[in-house]
Write a protein of this length. Structure first.
Lengths: 256, 325
């Protein structure tokens, strides 16, 4: 078992005298095997991103535990996180916003590797940068550019390859293609799929696009209002939905 | 069907420094009364520029040539004052990205009311009822309370509906809808598509729907035009274009859909200042031949199905052979 999410909840409180509590995530459980692509679907505001943030340690769950290879992520100290983050990497929805706008592409795509001391000298860094660019079909002269000068699809491919430069065991993809065109989306998905095949990479694939999830994932969980309402293999959930919300989602599927 | 809007050989270029970058090349299409034309294509292929050209909202450095006829009347070179009579009342627009198209400091009801108060002077009360009426038609939750909400109090889907309300409150005959389903989630996407369909059925509103979402286009549009690098490469009935595409670019686009196995098209869209000679798609095309380096014309491959590829005959033949084998 690679990742076990056990009964996690997250609540936000606001106000001093009349406190309001928002239950962003309630009692969510799921398990992921090594080398599996697990889909998490649901409408906006249902708590999908809150879950990713808790797995990444960017938010602390109010209750529950998250086990990654048997280690409880909610009890890790800062130093231990540095080790674990090498194995858990993430790709966000807005690629351009995840790059430092004042650093070049060369800086952006070698930053993770140099943070972990995998490349030390400038030559090594340059070699790595060129290698990475080649893998995603970009030319070396793009390295001098700044993040705002490249297109959304290029930026997304770079952020994927940058995350993969550390050889993680788990890649969390938070709506990686929702801002992109169909043709660019195909490039991103086939890049992810080939990495999955080559490296046995496990992926937590978060999306609201049923079509992508159906063709990309093997198992899927459906979320609504902070809870997982249904989960199972893609085939079962899509052909025989049980919960009312899943049925509603599937009715909005627009076949072409 | 009578043509409501006709666009003939529309060319648009932008002056960048002293150089002209041509963005639209001989774009021709027509929209009939009460018809929805879906315009699909990748980001930066000139879809939105076409929409802005019809609305005459292009920036000042744009160089426009060609003809745009609305109800048979030339509107491209019309006096701005006369055009203002049309814009809003006859031709209206629903802009993209609801998050940024609304004024954050103003109640949404007043923003919609703005569209009619300037044009027809009416009592404040009747304006308010008209706006509430539209909100109810669009099934905005909260009924009349919505009038007093600010955009940031509403969800993305509700803001999108407010924008649709702005576009339709003047009962325009032609709506230019720019990316209505961009960045909204799956359940809302269907809702917005249903609203557009209802608009067409109840009010007989014609639409030019700009989108890159093939699912929505197939659900809503009567006809589809595919754009690539500032040219329309294929146009015809929705069913023909999406299920029996001819142009290699359209075929690539359909095959790139996740349900069809997200097959990747070779190469990238070239930039407008660096287009190949002849057919714009020739450098990425698997049917490339010597005729492709000559300029391509629109040819009618089937009744009402036009395609900008000289090799359409051979492509159809190879498709049939594939089907047989």
């Amino acid at each position: 078992m690679l990742l076990e999410v056990n009964h996690i909840s997250k609540e936000y409180r606001s106000g001093v005298i009349r406190t309001r509590t928002v239950h962003a995530v309630q009692d969510v459980c799921f398990k992921m095997n090594e080398g599996e692509i697990f889909g998490l679907i649901g409408g906006s505001g249902c708590g999908k991103t809150t879950i990713t943030k808790m797995i990444l340690g960017l938010l602390k769950p109010s209750e529950g535990s998250i086990l990654f290879e048997g280690r409880d992520l909610t009890k890790l100290r800062k130093k231990e996180w540095k080790e674990v983050r090498r194995d858990i990497q993430v790709v966000f929805q807005h690629p351009q916003m995840t790059f430092n706008p004042r650093g070049t592409i060369r800086f952006a795509c070698t930053e993770p590797a140099s943070n972990y001391g995998l490349v030390k000298t400038r030559e090594e860094r340059n070699r790595l940068a060129e290698e990475l660019m080649e893998q995603v079909g970009l030319t070396g002269d793009q390295l001098k550019k700044y993040p705002h000068e490249i297109s959304g699809g290029q930026a997304q491919r770079l952020s994927i390859i940058r995350a993969l430069s550390l050889n993680p065991k788990l890649l969390i993809c938070d709506e990686p293609t929702s801002m992109l065109d169909v043709s660019v989306q195909a490039q991103i998905l086939s890049l992810l799929k080939s990495k999955h095949r080559e490296q046995g990479l496990a992926m937590l694939f978060i999306s609201h696009d049923l079509e992508v999830v159906q063709s990309f994932c093997s198992r899927v969980a459906v979320m609504n209002e902070g809870r997982i309402v249904e989960s199972g293999t893609v085939k079962d959930v899509f052909s025989n939905p049980q919960h009312a919300y899943t049925k509603k989602l599937l009715r909005s599927y627009m076949h072409y | 069907m009578k043509d409501l809007l006709q666009v003939k050989d529309l060319n648009v270029g932008f002056l960048v420094g002293k150089r002209e970058v041509q963005v639209l090349r001989n774009v021709s299409f027509s929209i009939g009364e009460g018809e929805i034309l879906g315009v699909i294509g990748e980001t930066g292929c000139g879809k939105s520029v076409t929409g802005s050209a019809v609305l005459r909202l292009l920036p000042e450095n744009a160089l426009v040539k060609g003809e745009i006829l609305y109800k048979g009347k030339e509107i491209l070179y019309m006096e701005e004052e006369n055009y203002r009579e049309l814009r809003g009342k006859e031709i209206s627009a629903i802009p993209q990205s609801p998050g940024t198209s609304l004024n954050p400091m103003m109640k949404v009801g007043n923003q919609v009311a703005e569209c009619i108060t300037g044009k027809e002077i009416r009592k404040r009360e009747s304006v308010r009822t008209a706006v509430n009426d539209i909100f109810r038609r669009l099934q905005l939750p909260g009924k009349d309370r919505c009038y007093g909400n600010y955009p940031w109090e509403l969800s993305g889907g509700m803001c999108q509906r407010v924008l649709i309300g702005m576009g339709m409150i003047t009962h325009a005959r032609l709506l230019i809808v720019d990316e209505p389903t961009k960045a909204i989630d799956w359940a809302l996407r269907k809702e917005v598509a249903d609203i557009l369909l209802r608009l067409k059925q109840e009010m007989g509103c014609a639409m030019m729907m700009i989108t890159h979402d093939i699912g929505v286009a197939s659900y809503v549009a009567d006809r589809v035009a595919v754009m690539y690098c500032g040219e329309i490469v294929e146009v015809g009935k929705t069913e023909d274009i999406l299920h029996h595409p001819i142009h290699p670019y359209t075929r690539g686009l359909i095959r790139a859909m996740p349900a069809n196995g997200f097959e990747v098209m070779e190469g990238f869209m070239p930039s407008f200042s660096d287009l190949p000679e002849g057919c714009n798609f020739c450098t990425r095309c698997r049917y490339r031949d010597t005729v492709c380096s000559r300029p391509q014309e629109m040819e009618e491959a089937d009744a009402g199905h036009w395609v900008r590829c000289r090799r359409w005959g051979e492509i159809i033949k190879s498709r049939e052979e594939q089907l047989c084998s």
